[in-house]
Design a protein around this ligand. Structure first.
Ligand code: FES
Length: 168
C-alpha cells in the first residue's frame, strides 16, 4: 500500500511495516520508538504513515496524534537536511541576534519555523542554549557558531549549501 500526501509525494509504506514488525514480538510494543524510527526513515511523520502505524499497531489515530504533538522531537512537516537554530535569549538579543536572523531570513527566503523549498534548511529560533559568552549564537545541526555577524552567518550557512547563498 502506498500513501499520498497533499503535495502528491508517494510514500512507500513497506518501511512502516518493517519498523513495526521489529517491535511485534514484544509484550508492549513501544509507540514512541516506532514513531522515532519512522521519523528517522521518512525525515518527518507524514499523516499517511501515522494512519498506517495506527492500523498495523491497532492504536487509535487520535492517540498517535496526541503523542506526536506532545513531544517536540516529532514533526508532521518535512524538515530541511540542515537545522539552523538561532538563539533568541537575552544575551544574544543584546549582542545582535536580530541581525543574524534577518540575514538568514533574507538569504534563505524563509521565516522562522519554515523550510526552504529545496529542503536544504529549516530555520528556527530557540531560547538560551547555554553559550552566552559566544553571543550571538546559532547552531547548524549539532554544531555551535558564536560571535556572529551578518557576513559571518552568511559564510557559515553557505558552507552547508550546495551553492553559495545569495548567488543565482
Ligand atoms: S542567550 Fe544566547 S546562548 Fe545564552
Amino acid at each position: 500500500m502506498e500513501g499520498k500526501e497533499s503535495n502528491k509525494q508517494v510514500i512507500d509504506m513497506s518501511c512502516v511495516r518493517d519498523i513495526v514488525s521489529k517491535f511485534a514480538d514484544r509484550d508492549d510494543p513501544n509507540l514512541i520508538s516506532v514513531l522515532q524510527q519512522a521519523q528517522d526513515e521518512y525525515g518527518y511523520l507524514p499523516k499517511s504513515v501515522l494512519k498506517e502505524i495506527s492500523s498495523v499497531m491497532d492504536i487509535p489515530l487520535t492517540r498517535i496524534f496526541g503523542v506526536v504533538t506532545f513531544y517536540s522531537q516529532f514533526t508532521l512537516t518535512p524538515r530541511g537536511r540542515h537545522s539552523i537554530k538561532v538563539c533568541s535569549g537575552t544575551a544574544c538579543h543584546v549582542k545582535g541576534a536580530e541581525g543574524v536572523k534577518q540575514k538568514l531570513r533574507d538569504e534563505l527566503q524563509i521565516n522562522e519555523g519554515e523550510t526552504t523549498p529545496d529542503y536544504q534548511f529549516t530555520l528556527e529560533t530557540v531560547a538560551c542554549i547555554g553559550t552566552c559568552f559566544l553571543a550571538p549564537v546559532m547552531m547548524v545541526d549539532e554544531r555551535y557558531y558564536g560571535k556572529l555577524t551578518a557576513d559571518k552567518t552568511s559564510d557559515i550557512v553557505g558552507t552547508y549549501s550546495n551553492k553559495k547563498l545569495g548567488s543565482e
